[in-house]
Design a binder for this molecule. Structure first.
Ligand SMILES: [Zn+2]
Ligand SMILES: [Zn+2]
Length: 127
């Protein structure tokens, strides 16, 4: 039986060959895991949502504004893409409206660099 083909470790600059089923060489798999927390999905996610909402049933942003509203969405305070941890300390329950507003705000932040043209138009002087 032929041996399964090996591939190089995905860590930049590392040339160690690893087995297909490995994510990185022994030295770098730990680094990879620390940097990229795997997003949990499926029933584990459902279970965590349920557990979280059981303890924190209200929308955190509405609560801050003095409004009592049930949270329906589980949100990462710091998005995973920006290095946020995938654990309870980085979670908050939000109602649909607050979650939509927060997501829109994050998108705006990300695009802010390319907004110069729009701003110029808004101020009446197209560049
Ligand atoms: Zn490596
Ligand atoms: Zn809310």
């Amino acid at each position: 039986m032929p041996k399964a083909p090996r591939r190089p470790c995905p860590h930049p600059g590392c040339k160690v060959l690893i087995e297909r089923k490995q994510r990185a060489c022994r030295k770098h798999s730990r680094v990879l895991e620390a940097r990229k927390p795997e997003r949990i999905r499926g029933w584990r996610l459902q279970q965590r949502r349920a557990a979280y909402f059981a303890e924190h049933p209200l929308c955190r942003l509405c609560e801050r504004a003095g409004v009592v509203r049930l949270a329906t969405e589980l949100d990462h305070v710091i998005p995973l893409e920006q290095g946020g941890a995938d654990d309870w300390s980085n979670l908050q329950g939000l109602c649909h409206d607050c979650h939509a507003a927060k997501t829109a705000g994050e998108r705006r932040d990300r695009q802010a660099v390319g907004m110069g043209g729009v701003d110029a138009t808004l101020h009446g002087r197209t560049v």
